[in-house]
Design a protein around this ligand. Structure first.
Ligand code: EPZ
Length: 427
């Protein structure tokens, strides 16, 4: 398995371009299933999760071609509305094929996604919502077997705010008979971007980005072109890395308007941040103050940024408090941060991080995507060398991260498999 070798202590300085958003690209790839004519997505992020989703769709019969940063998906014929366990177990977001397949083909067979390091990750809301739209759903042999001659519009209220649950039902409703109202819907910017893509395909949607979304079903959707929004979590990750290494970075192709809660916490930690059209500049000469955050559905502080902020918290003066309210076990990074010298107490979903003067490099292990990003930031901060194992987690959600960080002055390189002597070769 690949490892990352990092020699810490270099402040990050320079410019970095932000890639297309993973969590917008994944539902928008599935949206292609809704149309018999091709969908073209621009600004495609080169991520393992995107490749996995494309593999899944091509197995169903979707013809996929790539051309300088864009992807064309032709779902003219869908031979096999199946999402097999072998692929779903590597990427839970495969569940996003369920709604579109049901709406387009009237049937779907999608493996139940298992849990993962951060939580049980049930999909009951997806199932309940589709049943409310008239789908017959059986759970058999680890699969969701769904069928519906024609989905019907319904008024569905989510019991919990679910991002992919909202996306699945939003996509299904575009081809349902009649009007669908989704209440207690997620408001994440990726849902707004998905709605923009679906609208370009001919869907009739009102209220995306608010807790109530209304969709008027149409008989068919058509192909379109759509540019995937910038990745707000990648943006936040680079801003935190700059603050944590006391550097100064400019993000290009970034959207500050969807990062308010993250920018607010960084400013409270002492960072100076200026924003302009698609750029964000962070200067960290004032960074060093403890802070508090509570994760929440958008526009609250994003759970996908909690681990990264915890890395910053390890070396500010005072005690920072981070409360995770979305997932039941999204603190796996704490143990690894402690190996680097962090002083953290965890009580349930609350972590109290007592600032220390510095971290010291060590070998640590990534457990999930955002925990990996946290450990990269900690390695960039630490004295000496840090080796991060199992970075396949990282490759799922960050495009060329070691190249982008090297471009900002970091001493970081990837070792294939890797042996103890590799660390010694870092210059
Ligand atoms: C999406 O996951 C994101 N993934 C996650 O990003 C993100 O952390 C999460 O939303 C929260 O913002 C994608 O968009 C591909 P949820 P999702 O359904 O949709 C419970 C990353 O690092 N729930 O909003 O799976 C659930 O257990 C990933 O990029 C149910 O109980 O999350 C959780 O406690 C990690 N029943 C809460 O709701 C359901 O049917 C929010 O989950 C669905 C969810």
């Amino acid at each position: 398995m690949d490892k990352l070798l990092i020699k810490g202590g270099q402040p990050l300085k320079g410019e970095v371009h932000i890639s297309g958003a993973k969590n917008a690209a994944l539902p928008e790839l599935c949206a292609a299933l809704l149309s018999a004519t091709p969908l073209v997505l621009h600004h495609r992020p080169q991520l393992n999760d995107v490749r996995t989703m494309e593999t899944l769709l091509s197995q169903m019969g979707v013809k996929i071609t790539h051309h300088n940063g864009s992807v064309t998906l032709d779902a003219g014929t869908i031979d096999w509305p199946l999402a097999p366990y072998e692929l779903v177990k590597t990427m839970r977001a495969s569940i996003l094929a369920l709604g579109p397949l049901l709406a387009r083909c009237g049937e779907a067979r999608v493996s139940m996604p298992g849990g993962c390091a951060i939580g049980l990750r049930p999909v009951d809301q997806h199932i309940k919502g589709l049943q409310a739209m008239g789908a017959i759903i059986d759970l058999e042999h680890g699969y969701i077997a769904a069928r519906a001659s024609k989905l019907k519009g319904t008024h569905f209220t989510f019991d919990v705010v679910s991002v992919t649950g909202t996306e699945n039902l939003l996509m299904a409703a575009t081809l349902a008979d009649g009007v669908t109202v989704l209440d207690n819907a997620a408001c994440e910017p990726e849902i707004v971007d998905l709605a923009r893509c679906l609208t370009a395909m001919g869907a009739k949607i009102r209220g995306a980005g608010t807790p109530r979304i209304e969709i008027e079903g149409v008989t068919s959707l058509h192909g379109a072109e759509h540019r995937i929004m910038p990745d707000r979590i990648e943006s936040g990750t680079f801003l935190v890395a700059a603050a944590a290494t006391r550097g100064e970075v400019v993000l290009r192709d970034a959207d500050a308007t969807i990062l308010d809660s993250v920018l607010d916490v960084l400013r409270r930690a002492g960072a100076r941040i200026e924003t302009a059209k698609d750029t964000i500049t962070l200067r960290s000469n004032g960074v060093g103050k403890a802070f508090a955050l509570v994760t929440a559905p958008y526009p609250g502080f994003p759970t996908d940024m909690q681990a990264q902020m915890m890395a910053l918290a390890t070396c500010v003066s005072g005690t920072s408090t981070l409360i995770e309210t979305i997932f039941e076990s999204r603190m796996m990074h704490v143990q690894e941060l402690k190996r680097l010298g962090a002083d953290i107490d965890v009580d349930g979903n609350t972590a109290r991080v007592h600032g220390v003067s510095k971290l010291s490099g060590a070998t640590v292990m990534a457990t999930d995507l955002r925990a990996s990003a946290c450990l990269v930031i900690a390695g960039l901060m630490a004295d000496g060398e840090t080796t991060i194992d199992r970075i396949y987690h990282l490759d799922r959600g960050y495009e060329k991260i070691e190249e982008k960080l090297s471009g900002l002055g970091a001493s970081i390189r990837r070792a294939k498999g890797g042996t103890a002597t590799d660390a010694a070769t870092l210059s």
